[in-house]
Write a protein that binds this ligand. Structure first.
Ligand code: C2E
Ligand code: MG
Ligand code: MG
Length: 285
């Protein structure tokens, strides 16, 4: 107990120092159309470049950042970096005007009384349109502050900021709240996507979620697509969007910029589609 407490204090102090020393950078993972293979957006994922320990994964420091409140300044750094970068890419590739950059928003950030104003200011500073920014909020963040959640989401939505529920299928997964909150996108957790090939029960549930989301006019993003089989299955369910190692791991901004012009999966995608669906390939050219 004592050791754990000590470790936590040490990690918090290291985090504070790392924020001052600007050791956090943002990586990007493409979000891809499952029917055409085109990039439709990207998720910004924070990375800690520790001078001695190298890259430290967010799962190792986000919980401490969250409990100490440091997630608020850290989250602001990530959001600013992602918006600035995305705006710069848009200026180089005007076709990116239609795309979205997704940023994860923690419970603590979500509870900030001036959240909406802060985001508006950040959009103004970076000259990014609100339609191009999507905030990812987990089910638990919404449920923890469900009374205020609806009004915060309404306010963000009224500014045309896009909203996604992250990690759907791992927590409460109440289908009824989907009708109560003004969200644009449902991101299905990778654990759920993983179970697709293994448990037939999940197929029915998955199909029901996709149908409901489509009825509500929401996009579905399947997270953690790793295999061709999962991709084919998701396409037959009518799931439009996905992200996962099958396409690309989260990559640094230089690598992401290369993916806009030549996605690494495009060759594989084309051959695969020629085999399965000649008509669709024709639309890619
Ligand atoms: P998330 O928002 O659900 O992000 C998706 C995670 O799944 C990322 O892990 C990504 O690298 C991983 N992933 C994507 N495709 C695959 C796949 O095909 N296979 C496998 N095994 N994993 C895949 P990452 O980057 O380690 O981030 C973990 C979590 O940390 C994120 O989950 C998010 O909850 C949190 N996080 C990351 N960056 C931020 C941030 O800037 N702010 C906040 N508040 N949380 C963040
Ligand atoms: Mg996310
Ligand atoms: Mg997720």
């Amino acid at each position: 107990m004592h050791d754990q407490a000590l470790e936590k204090v040490q990690l918090e102090s290291n985090l504070r120092q790392a924020i001052d020393r600007q050791e956090f950078i943002v990586h990007y993972q493409p979000i891809v159309s499952l029917s055409t293979g085109e990039i439709r957006g990207m998720e910004a994922l924070v990375r800690w470049q520790h001078p001695e320990q190298g890259f430290i994964s967010p799962s190792q420091f986000i919980p401490a950042a969250e409990s100490s409140g440091l997630i608020v300044p850290l989250g602001a750094i990530v959001m600013r970096q992602a918006c600035e970068q995305f705006r710069q890419w848009q200026q180089q590739h005007p076709s990116l005007d239609q795309l979205k950059v997704s940023v994860n928003l923690s419970v603590r950030q979500f509870a900030q009384p001036d959240l909406v104003e802060r985001i508006q200011q950040m959009l103004a500073d970076t000259d990014l349109q609100p339609e191009n920014l999507q905030l990812e909020i987990t089910e638990s963040a919404i449920m923890e502050s469900s009374e205020s959640a609806a009004s915060i989401l309404e306010r963000l939505r009224s500014q045309n900021i896009q909203l996604a529920i992250d990690d759907f299928g791992t927590g409460y997964s109440s289908l009824s709240y989907l009708t109560q909150f003004p969200v644009d996108t449902l991101k299905i957790d990778r654990a759920f996507v993983n179970q697709l090939g293994q448990d037939p029960k999940h197929v029915g549930i998955f199909q029901a979620i996709v149908t409901l989301a489509n009825t509500l006019g929401m996009d579905i993003v399947a997270e953690g697509i790793e295999t061709d089989r999962q991709l084919q299955q998701l396409r037959t369910f009518g799931c439009q969007l996905g992200q996962g190692y099958l396409f690309s791991k989260p990559v640094d901004s230089t690598t992401m910029a290369k993916l806009f012009t030549q996605p690494v999966w495009s060759h594989h995608w084309l051959t695969d589609n020629i085999k399965n669906d000649k008509g669709r390939v024709a639309t890619l050219h």
